[in-house]
Structures are given as structure tokens and as C-alpha cells.
Write a protein that binds this ligand. Structure first.
Ligand SMILES: [Fe+2]
Length: 594
């Protein structure tokens, strides 16, 4: 992607037709997202760059390769405007195998979970891995790590000092996911990251669910350019009227497109050019079954958006929002040659994918063997924490027998936890979880060898009748989270992860019944996407057998440490009241039995 005087000279000559093209794409219909036109046009490519569109016969030399696009529509490669690829548990290589054949050729990502577990060294390895894949990663430097309030423990703390260095890197295209609470609280590192971005003229990306009125104004005055989280279309309209670019999110667990797109279909069609798409968190199963950004294009069309507009939302709009439209987002000279061959703009099925001028995928599969790099110890998944015993997961109080009134975090959808007060029995100084009342124990254990923190609290909504489940992938910190009806099984689950270097596990009656290894930083795997999807299904089935009826039991669990969402969370420093932004004591009252 780097341009220098030498390769610019080559490109200028190729553009002027002095040098022959390496590849031409012939006989297709060009979907020109710049002018909202569709017309017959060929494309000439020199190395990885588009050098001409239209009649390219003068660009064809003896060595020029031809890609036949007869009957197909040429669409720019799709852009996911905000994604944590790590949440899919697929390494960047495996993620590319899953999404590139669907037409996603660029993602905007903070790669923040790799940073949380392996710092800048790990990040450099992931950059290298991405460059060897057909997927482009436009990286935003996380505004800070950790994202939590109060501050939890991660392997690497991203500060203003770090921003001063990394914002100069060629991979850096902005500041990633600046969470509203940190602006509101005038956090020093967050404002420092923005200060550096102003100096470097980089855009600042936002994350401000439910920011309205004065809170929105305050947030915008910090210089935030765009947002990817709005709970309804009125919020979308308000943010857009106040100058934001909106990235509509349709993830595997939160489905906002149908509601948010009403801003365009019902309120004002003119908003469309400043709306784009993202998936934020996706599972391998979902990508295999439904597709990726291509699916969002189809969903938008189904909601009444005209096909050209929907395609613009998935391409040029994102590119402009993130100020990368000189590189990607359209099929025009000077842009990187990321081109899709699509059956029709209306039905929008991606049949072939060209990235960097090379045909890399046909009929839903990469057409070559993409191998993951050898993994170094930097991205090792070794969990640096001590083995546990069942006592670690027993909530001790200072009455021997009686009752405890506790605040249980009750899951109401993947990103909402509400207060539920319940009365639990106390036996031998231990507050007992109660499967009849759907109250389990939940704990987060620091795993980077920094302080050995462990927290313990109560949760509801998972309905496990017995056993436990644990995961070392748990955004945003990726400490170990474990939940269960039985302290001994919780301990076995955590110890299994420690012994096996990270992953996800379901345990019952003292036995491991399902385990998925995540050897890349304890958060991702190089397995094929289909294999991960299959293993996810096995984990879900194992949790279902224990009584859980949530659509994705482990994913619902692994979002529990996120403190940026209402009303409760748990990190290694304790259970968190996300409104008051403090930890809290989950046992509210004790009554001793005489
Ligand atoms: Fe995000």
C-alpha cells in the first residue's frame, strides 16, 4: 500500500498506457459508486492498482492476463466499517478465508484484543499476518486499553505515550472506538490520544450508544467523527444531523440494521451517502451460513434501500468516513484493485473476488491454500495464573448459616444486564448458588501474570442446572471468565484452560465434556472457519445439555467483562456497576439463623 517515487512513476506510465496492464477484467458491467451509474466498462490493472476503466484495449499487451466478467457486475471490494475479528475466534488468516470469498476485502479494526493479550509486539505479528493475507486491515490505534471503568488488568496499557509513537506508523488510520464514558469523564489518556490525532490529522472513531442531547454535544466537541452504535433510527438521525457519519451495525448477537436503516428509508433518503455498514462481532457459523458484509447489502435491499445505495454503503461511504477512499471503496484509477464479480446488484451474490489485482476467490472459496504463519511465543496462549481450587469460587461470608440477599447480574440479551435481587442460602459460611432460582457464580481471573486478581459475583439468565463453562477469550480484556453452578466444576474448567493454554470449555460432574483450543493468544485459532463453526456448535450443545437455552451461551458469557454497556459487568477487579462506574459488593444483606 505504500507509495514511493519509483512505484508512482511506474503507475503513472501504466495509467497513461505507456506500459501494458498486468491484468484486464473484460465484458462486465461496472457499478460506479462515485457517480451512481452502472454501465459496460472494462478495467485495467497494473500490479495491485487499477489504472484505467472503460475501453482498455490500448492497455492490453502480450503478457496481459484476462479475467472474463461476461454477464457479471463489477463491484468494489466490500468494507467492514468496524470489526473485532478476534471475537470470531478466527485468527486473521482464518478470518480472511471466511470473509474474503463473501466479498469483504477491507476491514477497519483496532485489533485491540490482540493488543490486550500481547501488546505491540503481538500487534506487529498480526500486521505481518494480515499483509500476507488477501484481507486489508485498516488499523485504528485503540484510544486506550483497557476499555474498562474502573480500570481492569490487561497485558498492555495503551496510553498517550504509546499513541505518540504508533500514530506515526503507516498502518495507523485513526483512533479506534473512543468510548463515550471516557470522554465524559475527561480521561487523561483518552484526551491525550485525541490530542495526538489532531496533531497527526487522523480521524477519531467513536462508540457512543444512546448518546443524545447535551451528552452527544459534549462527545462531538471532543472531535469524534463517526459512530457504530445506535439503538434506534431516531438516535441515528440525531447523530447524523449533528454531523456524524453512521456505521450501521448488524452483528451475530445484535441486529440493528432493520431498525437503524429506517433513518434512510423512512426519515430522509439523503442521509444515505453518510451511512455505512459494520458487523463488529461475528461468529464463524454466521459467516458460513449468512455471509458477511454482502449479507448486510442484501438485508438493506430487503428493507427497501435501492441496490446502488446499499452497495455505496458497503464501499465508498465507509472509505470516505475513514478517509481511505484514495485507496479503496471504488473501482477507479489509482485505487487498489479489489473488485468483486457479482451476479446482479439486486440479488447481490458474490461469485468471484479480486484483491490487489489477483483473482483469489471463486464460488465462495479461496482458490489457493492460504497458510497461517508459524506462531512465535509473543502470541503464545500460556495463561500466566495459578491453578485454582474449588474454594476460589465459593463466596464466603461471616455468618455460618442463614440467608443472603444478593444482587445477581441478570442477562437480558447479549449486551444488557439488569439488577435482580435474590435470597440465597448460606451454609458453612458460603453463599450457595441456586439453580432452582437460576443463580450461578461468575468469576474473572487475571491471566497475564500482573497481579493475580480474582473476582466473584452472582449471575442469572444462563439457567445451567449443573456444571460450569469458562473462556480465555473474553473481550475486551481477555482475562479468564468462568461461570457455573458448582465451584468444583468451575475450578476444573479454569484449570483445564491453564493446562491447555487457553480456549473455551464446558465441564459437568467433574469431567470436561467439550473443549475448543485457542492457541493464538488464548483468543483465536488457525483452524478452518468450518471447523471452528462446528466446534462452536458442539460447545453450544454441551451448554444446552446443562440447561442453558441462550442462543450462544459462551458468547453471552464472554461479553460479561465489557463495562461500556448497561447495567452490570464483571472484570478481574470485581463486579461493576456500569452506570455508577464503580465496583460493587454483590451481597447486600445477611440474616443469620439462630
Ligand atoms: Fe467495537
Amino acid at each position: 500500500m505504500q507509495k514511493n517515487k519509483n512505484n508512482l512513476k511506474q503507475l503513472i506510465r501504466a495509467g497513461r498506457g505507456i506500459t501494458s496492464a498486468h491484468t484486464v477484467v473484460l465484458h462486465g458491467s461496472l457499478v460506479n459508486v462515485m457517480t451512481s451509474e452502472i454501465y459496460k466498462a472494462d478495467v485495467a490493472i497494473y500490479e495491485d492498482t487499477i489504472v484505467a476503466i472503460g475501453d482498455v484495449s490500448d492497455y492490453i499487451g502480450q503478457e496481459t492476463k484476462t479475467i472474463d466478467a461476461t454477464g457479471k457486475y463489477l463491484v468494489p471490494g466490500l468494507i467492514d466499517g468496524h470489526i473485532h475479528s478476534e471475537c470470531s475466534k478466527l485468527s486473521i488468516t482464518s478470518f480472511a478465508k471466511a470473509v474474503v470469498p463473501c466479498g469483504t476485502t477491507s476491514i477497519i479494526s483496532g485489533l485491540d484484543e490482540y493488543i490486550s493479550v500481547s501488546g505491540l509486539e503481538g500487534l506487529q505479528e498480526v500486521f505481518k499476518e494480515a499483509k500476507a493475507s488477501p484481507l486489508k486491515v485498516f488499523w485504528g490505534a485503540p484510544y486506550r486499553t483497557p476499555y474498562t471503568f474502573p480500570q481492569s488488568t490487561v497485558a498492555f496499557n495503551f496510553t498517550q505515550e504509546v499513541h505518540r509513537e504508533v500514530q506515526k506508523w503507516p498502518e495507523c488510520f485513526g483512533v479506534w472506538e473512543t468510548v463515550r464514558e471516557y470522554i465524559q469523564e475527561e480521561d487523561d489518556d483518552t484526551l491525550g490520544a485525541i490530542e495526538e490525532a489532531f496533531k497527526n490529522r487522523l480521524p477519531v472513531f467513536g462508540c457512543a450508544p444512546m448518546a443524545r442531547g447535551k451528552e452527544l454535544n459534549g462527545y462531538l466537541c471532543a472531535g469524534i467523527r463517526l459512530d457504530h452504535e445506535s439503538y434506534d433510527h431516531e438516535e441515528v438521525v440525531e447523530k447524523m444531523r449533528n454531523g456524524m457519519h453512521m456505521i450501521i451495525r448488524e452483528s451475530s448477537v445484535t441486529h440493528f440494521l432493520k431498525e437503524n436503516i429506517r433513518a434512510v428509508t423512512e426519515v430522509n433518503p439523503a442521509l444515505a451517502r453518510r451511512v455505512s455498514f459494520c458487523t463488529d462481532d461475528v461468529t464463524a457459523t454466521d459467516v458460513i451460513e449468512k455471509g458477511h458484509v454482502d449479507n448486510l447489502v442484501r438485508l438493506a435491499i430487503a428493507e427497501g434501500v435501492d441496490p446502488m445505495t446499499a452497495i455505496q454503503m458497503a464501499t465508498i461511504n465507509s472509505a470516505e468516513a475513514y478517509r481511505i477512499d484514495h485507496l479503496v471503496g471504488s473501482i477507479s484509477p489509482g485505487r487498489l484493485a479489489d473488485i468483486l464479480l457479482v451476479d446482479s446488484p439486486e440479488s447481490f451474490h458474490v461469485e468471484a473476488v479480486i484483491t490487489n489485482g489477483r483473482l483469489v476467490a471463486e464460488n465462495g472459496k479461496l482458490n489457493y491454500a492460504l497458510k497461517a504463519p508459524a506462531r512465535s511465543s509473543v502470541l503464545s496462549s500460556a495463561l500466566k495464573c495459578a491453578k485454582t481450587t474449588k474454594e476460589d469460587f465459593e463466596y464466603k461470608v461471616d455468618i455460618k448459616d442463614g440467608q443472603a440477599k444478593v444482587l445477581s447480574m441478570n442477562v437480558k440479551g447479549p449486551f444488557v444486564r439488569k439488577r435482580r435481587d435474590v435470597i440465597l442460602n448460606v451454609k458453612d459460611y458460603i453463599v450457595q448458588p441456586d439453580t432452582e432460582q437460576d443463580v450461578l457464580m461468575v468469576s474473572v481471573l487475571e491471566r497475564f501474570g500482573r497481579n493475580g486478581n480474582k473476582s466473584l459475583a452472582f449471575c442469572s439468565g444462563w439457567k445451567l442446572k449443573k456444571g460450569a463453562m469458562a473462556s480465555s477469550a473474553a473481550p475486551d480484556d481477555n482475562n479468564i471468565i468462568v461461570m457455573g453452578a458448582d465451584a468444583a466444576d468451575m475450578s476444573i474448567a479454569v484449570n483445564h484452560l491453564i493446562e491447555n493454554g487457553g480456549g473455551q470449555v464446558v465441564v459437568a460432574d467433574g469431567e470436561v465434556i467439550e473443549f475448543l483450543s485457542l492457541p493464538v493468544g488464548g483468543i483465536a485459532s488457525d483452524l478452518e472457519p468450518e471447523e471452528i463453526a462446528y466446534r462452536e456448535t458442539l460447545l453450544t450443545k454441551a451448554a444446552n445439555k446443562l440447561g442453558c437455552d441462550l442462543p450462544d451461551p459462551l458468547m453471552y458469557m464472554f461479553f460479561l467483562p465489557i463495562t461500556a454497556i448497561p447495567d452490570y459487568a464483571i472484570t478481574d477487579v470485581g463486579p461493576v456497576d456500569c452506570i455508577a462506574l464503580t465496583t460493587f459488593e454483590p451481597v447486600l444483606e445477611l440474616t443469620q439463623v439462630k
